[in-house]
Design a protein around this ligand. Structure first.
Ligand SMILES: [Fe+2]
Length: 303
């Protein structure tokens, strides 16, 4: 099952804060409830947070915990009142340590206190067991694909398919594998009623690349003919980029909240507004003087 941190109603948050030191903090994942007459819906997209136990740690000139907190503060000030948050992997700094997740869990509390469910995905710097244990997930719960944290999140205008491409913690490449691809095929075929957005940590590439999603071509081969699939979102490269696949599927590479590998690239987060026929993205850079800050991409759904 996926790791979803449910929203905490204010009264319950106070009770749970007291109980947190002596027991599990979380309950079952909370579905996003459909509302009547929804014409558009807002989501907060984060990726590559790389949170270390030490919230003062600086890597590649970025103080990762401070960056995440700044992104959260700004996201909570968004007038659109988002439906939820998706973090597309690399929540931990490098090795997926329990201590990293403890710090991460504290940092994302403001999102939960603001009644936002937070959907967490696995990156190549995460480790499923410590992640699940620290964040309170029952790891004995069966998953549709063994050892993978995957989910379908149904929302009023789209269905989100959250995948798990973690292969080896602190190794660079990732892979979905045959079982997960088979699950995705079935899950997509069971959800043809709305547009689908697929999210995975590793970058989906059109040509083989040793650090990317190793079964990118198999993934694209199953997504392209399923016309409800409109967009595929990923992180991993710490690079903001939006480009079309030949099929018309939008390929969206999220920026990191943490550090960049190329200093010309922005870090920050993305406002996603789902509409009935399109996805509107707005890049929010941590450096508000960056030339890409506020860049808007209006991505029409393919037919
Ligand atoms: Fe990363």
């Amino acid at each position: 099952m996926p790791i979803t941190l449910p929203a905490i109603p204010r009264r319950r948050f106070l009770q749970q804060s007291l109980a947190a030191a002596c027991g599990s903090l979380l309950s079952k994942p909370q579905a996003v409830l459909a509302e009547n007459a929804v014409t558009e819906q807002a989501w907060i997209l984060f990726s590559d947070c790389h949170i270390d136990e030490n919230s003062e740690l600086i890597a590649r000139e970025a103080k990762m915990a401070e960056n995440l907190s700044r992104c959260i503060t700004e996201a909570l000030a968004w007038s659109a009142k988002p439906a939820g948050v998706i973090v597309s992997g690399d929540c931990a700094y490098l090795h997926g340590l329990r201590e990293d997740y403890a710090t991460f869990s504290t940092l994302v509390q403001p999102l939960r206190k603001a009644a936002l469910p937070v959907h967490l995905m696995m990156g190549n710097h995460d480790d499923r067991v410590p992640f699940a244990e620290v964040l309170g997930q029952d790891i004995t719960m069966p998953s549709p694909v063994e050892h993978r944290q995957i989910a379908v999140i149904e929302s009023p205008l789209v269905n989100w398919f959250l995948l798990d491409s973690l292969d080896k913690t602190n190794g660079t490449p990732g892979v979905l594998g045959e079982d997960q691809r088979a699950w995705l095929e079935n899950a997509l075929d069971a959800h043809t009623d709305k547009p689908a957005i697929v999210v995975v940590h590793h970058n989906v590439v059109l040509q083989e690349s040793k650090n990317a999603l190793q079964d990118s071509s198999e993934l694209l081969a199953l997504l392209r003919p399923r016309k409800q699939v409109k967009a595929c979102i990923y992180g991993h490269t710490h690079t903001w980029e939006v480009k079309p696949d030949e099929s018309g599927i939008h390929l969206i590479n999220l920026p990191p909240t943490a550090y960049v590998f190329n200093k010309a690239m922005p870090n920050g987060w993305v406002q996603a507004t789902v509409q009935s026929d399109a996805l509107k993205l707005e890049l929010r850079c941590l450096d508000t003087t960056h030339s890409k800050h506020g860049e808007v991409k209006a991505l029409k759904w393919r037919a």
